[in-house]
Design a protein around this ligand. Structure first.
Ligand code: ZN
Length: 277
């Protein structure tokens, strides 16, 4: 008997045993196995989420610790400035190494404010995600905030997952961060003429009810780049911009981002001026 014959015989035996097992397992038993498998999958997913929550709070705690050390460090005035600079750079680098993952993981802007001390030293990161109002300073009024509100047309209570910024027809609308235009929609319903921009760290922004759109799908935009003009297209009762911020696919309150860049840059400038004195 050569090798191939042996292998063939062995294979036949395995197939025979296999079909015997399958015929002995009833459909009911197969269903039970299926349910157990599904339960296992749910268990793994559920615990996976718990794990990511734990990592977020651990990450936030370690970020806070670095910030505190940076803060304490800044208050100490030491004669040897070279040593001070080196230590500061070391702390900033430690934060930077963790920053990308951290910014991806956080669910909203409250965690960004925890980075205040770091941001004062590296304010450029604020160009990468929503950190300003997408309209001209002083040229708008908040007409509806994020949360539950009475819909102006249907008069029904409805969740409003963005903010409405009333502004005159034709006023410029700017990108609130560097990103890529992923959607340009011309419509007379819902959001009306609107665009969506994808930014870094899982952020996206939506600009609705526009009168005119000046960007194309796939276009790269910088922060404060002109996107279009305020209008009242779609489901709207007056000239306004409906603005949304999404974080990892979930719509969050954009308001904490409105003064973010301005506040941090003012504080950063104060540090620079102090250092120059
Ligand atoms: Zn709205």
């Amino acid at each position: 008997m050569n090798y191939f014959e042996t292998a063939n015989k062995f294979g036949k035996k395995v197939r025979e045993i296999g079909s015997l097992i399958v015929s002995e397992i009833s459909r009911k038993e197969l269903m039970h196995i299926g349910i157990i498998a599904l339960l296992c999958i749910f268990y793994v997913i559920g615990n996976g989420f718990k794990f990511s929550e734990a990592t977020l709070s651990t990450d936030a705690a370690s970020m806070k610790d670095y910030q505190q050390r940076l803060n304490t460090h800044l208050k100490i005035s030491v004669a040897d400035s070279a040593l001070v600079d080196k230590e500061r750079e070391h702390l900033l680098m430690a934060i930077e190494e963790r920053l990308g993952v951290y910014l991806h993981r956080i669910p909203d802007f409250t965690y960004v404010l925890d980075l205040r001390t770091y941001l004062k030293h590296r304010p450029e990161i604020l160009h990468q995600f929503p950190s300003c109002v997408p309209l001209e300073k002083g040229g708008y009024a908040l007409s509806s905030s994020y949360g539950i509100r009475m819909h102006p047309i249907s008069k029904k209570e409805k969740n409003h997952f963005g903010v409405d910024l009333a502004a005159p027809l034709g006023n410029p609308v700017y990108a609130s961060a560097i990103g890529t235009v992923t959607k340009v929609v011309l419509s007379s319903k819902g959001y009306g003429n609107h665009i969506i921009i994808k930014h870094r760290f899982g952020f996206e922004t939506l600009y609705g009810h526009l009168n005119e759109i000046l960007v194309k799908k796939g276009q790269a935009v910088t922060q404060h780049e002109l996107l279009g003009h305020v209008g009242s297209s779609g489901n709207s009762t007056g000239f306004h911009l409906h603005y949304e911020v999404w974080k990892n696919g979930i719509k969050i309150d954009p308001r904490p981002s409105f003064n973010l860049k301005k506040t941090i840059y003012t504080e950063a400038l104060a540090i620079k001026t102090k250092e120059m004195d």
